[in-house]
Design a protein around this ligand. Structure first.
Ligand SMILES: *Cc1c(COP(=O)(O)O)cnc(C)c1O
Length: 410
């Protein structure tokens, strides 16, 4: 058998369509029930409420609120902290822009921490280097489903008395030291967007154990209208970020499948890791002993001294084998995107950047060694619970063959 000419027996599952999603009778039954009830708003219906209760129970957390997107979930988390304009939030430059835009909408300044090039995650050390007297919160992103080193980050945050927001958009049911990510910091934010572990097309969930934060999160989703209060009012500035019952119906059915989907991703990833361990030029994803990564994606690192073509060259070869990967994940760190580099916010005002310490807006390359090193070496393999063992073997053999072809002969 010549692997070099082998193509997959079927197209690999794609999370953008039915090949890589698991919608079934349950979703249809709940959707049908929602439609027949005639109630599609969560303020009156049962599905969004049930989704919130079910998710809170799964994570063992007191409060969960559904909202319209993962970006909205991060926005709710930030708004719950009720910051002052110009306050700083330390965050990662390797994340979805939806996790950064809400900082600016709330008038706060994103201050970017460097990352560990092995995980592309922020660490206690890189966060500490980005702190100032104006820091009011820390956002950690558990990238690709690999938990950040929360024990050290938690220790730092306690010492500095700073709340942690965990961006868990890629990390459903990931654990660190036997605690679910999202429940370790003050607030956790999840996304139900099309490409995540489970999906409602668009959607998000915010979780917390803190009653006061929970109240503000609930209000922020609901135009700050005091539903159920004796004399309700619009208490502060807030959008309508509600999830509809249609999404709630699909989301509830999806939640019932979450644990199995995660287990399957973890199992399949362990098989790929066995294949790839020890292949010269390739480093498998970190296998932290105290954490359970949940493999939103399977990210490998290429050693530039052995594979000088880097992720782009590697990705082109894999594409010839019908494996579509994301070389470098995001092409550039967030601070190189126009919105931040050119400070395009509200009209020509540049607000809230105008409130920032100049030092907070310096994005020198030397400060971000981990970011550039990490992005230059990372190749992101799409991962999916609907991959077959045969698919995983095909991916493994293709990666091994590609590494052999591209490896510099020493
Ligand atoms: C997807 C994602 C978001 C944004 O979620 P949306 O539902 O697309 O708004 C935020 N942060 C991270 C890390 C993500 O992967």
């Amino acid at each position: 058998m010549n692997i070099d000419t082998l193509l997959p027996q079927r197209p690999l599952p794609n999370d953008q369509d039915a090949t890589g999603r698991n919608f079934g009778e349950r979703e249809i039954a709940y959707l049908s029930e929602a439609l027949k009830s005639g109630t599609l708003t969560s303020t009156k219906g049962r599905f969004v409420h049930a989704l919130e209760r079910t998710f809170a129970e799964m994570l063992g957390v007191k409060y969960a609120y559904a909202c319209s997107s993962g970006s909205a979930a991060v926005h709710c988390a930030i708004a719950a902290l009720d910051l002052e304009p110009g306050d700083e939030i330390v965050t990662s430059p390797i994340t979805d822009m939806g996790a950064i835009a809400p900082i600016l909408y709330q008038g706060a300044i994103p201050v970017f921490a460097d990352v560990d090039p092995k995980t592309l995650n922020v660490t206690a050390e890189t966060i500490e280097a980005a702190l100032s007297e104006r820091t009011r919160a820390i956002i950690v992103t558990h990238l690709f489903g690999v938990p950040c080193e929360m024990h050290a980050i938690e220790h730092l945050a306690k010492e500095k008395n700073l709340p942690i927001i965990e961006d868990c958009a890629q990390a459903f049911l990931a654990t660190h030291r036997d605690r679910y990510v999202g429940t370790i910091g003050s607030i956790g934010a999840f996304s139900l967007q099309q490409g995540k572990h489970i999906t409602t097309g668009e959607g998000g969930i915010v979780v917390t154990n803190d009653e006061a934060l929970a109240r503000r999160i609930f209000l922020f989703i609901n135009k700050a209208w005091g539903y159920g209060d004796a004399q309700p009012d619009h208490y502060f500035l807030a959008p309508n970020y509600r999830m509809s019952e249609l999404q709630g119906a699909v989301g509830l059915a999806q939640l019932e499948k979450l644990e199995r989907a995660v287990e399957r991703r973890v199992l399949l990833a362990s098989i790929l890791t066995k294949w790839l361990e020890g292949v010269p030029g390739i480093a498998v994803p970190p296998q932290p002993l105290d954490s359970r990564p949940v493999y939103w994606r399977y990210a490998i690192r290429l050693d530039p001294s052995l594979i000088p073509d880097g992720p782009h060259g590697f990705a082109a070869k894999l594409k010839d084998r019908s494996i579509l990967t994301a070389p470098r994940y995001i092409q550039k760190p967030a601070f190189e995107c126009e919105v931040i580099r050119e400070q395009r916010t509200f009209g020509k005002s540049r607000w809230p950047f105008t409130l920032a310490r100049p030092e907070a807006l310096r994005y020198d390359r030397e400060r971000y060694r981990g970011v550039y090193l990490g992005l230059d070496g990372v190749l992101v393999i799409p991962w999916n619970d609907r991959l077959s063992i045969g698919d995983v073997e095909y991916i493994a053999r293709s990666i091994i063959a590609t590494a052999r072809d591209l490896r510099r002969i020493a």
